[in-house]
Write a protein that binds this ligand. Structure first.
Ligand SMILES: [Zn+2]
Length: 373
């Protein structure tokens, strides 16, 4: 049975453990301890060494007692900044940070819900298959933990990522693909007052490229941004180098290709017209996915939600999540909202009711999966 007091206590404990990206070991150790006490098989993979984190992904399996199919739940344990010294306050059914930091409900709400699920399963007997869980690292820095997760180790044929913003009941059916675009302009340094004609201004080259780019909302499926610009040493030096970094996203692979090519062309042309050399690096950050409302993984979740009195709502995301990684790797996955609001800000909050609702949905999903053979 769901124990609301224990759930809130766990959530509060979890957000109080600092776990900014690449420094997730303390929370990983906390989870390993709790998981072992519950009788789960626990392991930590080597993703941490690959991405520069002080722990790997924590993977566990709570063995079932039937041959019913396994089910997989995933949440990430890293947080964005400012995420050190979080002082959660529970008041009137709402949990907020002290105001100086984020709350970390993204994604400790998912983590707390999974722990409460496993605890209630160990107390409450109904036939079920294996429950697999994974707590990933470095999600906030580009899904790095899940990108280095070996998906072949899982038995489950369906994965539920618990990391969506907004009220519990929301299901993300579509997420875009994203390209990362980096460009380094190399001009020529010269004294700005004595012989500027001998220089090639790398900042001007970058500025020309950006001013030619279509950015922002390109169409209803596509967005683009330049988010970083760096360069120059002093006002009296024609800058030799400048660096810019941006991204393009689209739900349509073709439109993404067109947008990325357009941005690359602007970069090349600006190099040619200013005499600067430009090195461009394009990388696929993640591949999108699109599921329809009738897909098995979606129907399974909506049925569980209705059974616990929630009204499912489908959303299209403009961002990537670990569901993108699971889908790409051949395990159908959707992202379920965990109740976190105003995430990535010091205003972040969540309701106790949403935390409870999430656990109820998870228990129901395990129960339903247990009745399959
Ligand atoms: Zn998140």
């Amino acid at each position: 049975m769901l124990d609301s007091e224990r759930l809130v206590k766990t959530f509060v404990e979890l957000v109080k453990i600092d776990s900014v990206t690449f420094d997730e070991k303390k929370v990983a150790d906390y989870l390993i301890d709790k998981l072992k006490k519950l009788g789960a098989d626990v392991r930590v993979d080597s993703a941490g060494e690959k991405v520069g984190s002080n722990t790997g992904n924590v993977i566990a399996c709570l063995p079932g007692d039937t041959s019913a199919p396994a089910i997989l739940f995933d949440s990430h344990i890293d947080t964005v900044e400012p995420g050190v010294g979080i002082k959660p306050k529970v008041e009137g059914g709402i949990i907020r940070s002290g105001g100086k930091t984020i709350l970390g409900a993204d994604d400790k709400a998912g983590v707390a819900a999974i722990l409460e699920l496993l605890r209630s399963l160990s107390e409450q007997a109904f036939p079920r298959g294996d429950v697999e869980v994974v707590f990933t690292i470095a999600e906030e820095k580009g899904l790095l933990g899940s990108k280095n997760l070996d998906l072949a180790q899982f038995k489950a044929g369906l994965a539920y990522v618990l990391d969506g913003e907004g009220p519990v009941g929301r299901i993300t059916l579509k997420a875009p693909s994203q390209d990362s675009i980096k460009a380094l302009f190399k001009g020529k340094a010269a004294h700005a007052g004595v012989c500027p004609e001998r220089g090639v201004n790398a900042i001007q080259a970058a500025a020309r490229a950006i001013s030619e780019m279509k950015l922002g909302r390109i169409d209803e499926e596509t967005t683009a941004n330049i988010g970083i610009i760096r360069g120059g040493l002093a006002p009296n030096i024609v800058p030799e180098e400048s660096f810019i970094e941006g991204e393009a996203r689209s739900h349509s692979p073709k439109k993404l290709r067109v947008q990325t090519e357009h941005m690359c062309q602007c970069l090349s042309r600006a190099g040619e017209s200013t005499g600067a050399r430009v090195d461009i690096e394009v990388e696929r950050s993640f591949d999108g996915f699109s599921l329809d409302e009738g897909a098995e993984i979606v129907e399974f979740a909506t049925t569980a939600m209705r059974k616990v009195g929630l009204r499912p709502k489908f959303v299209v995301s403009g961002g990537g999540s670990e569901a993108n990684i699971f889908n790409k790797g051949g395990i159908p996955a959707v992202n379920l909202s965990v109740g976190a609001r105003d995430v990535h800000s010091t205003r972040e909050w969540i309701t106790v009711a949403d935390l409870e609702a999430l656990v109820k949905v998870l228990i129901e999903m395990v129960r339903m999966m247990g009745s399959r053979s």
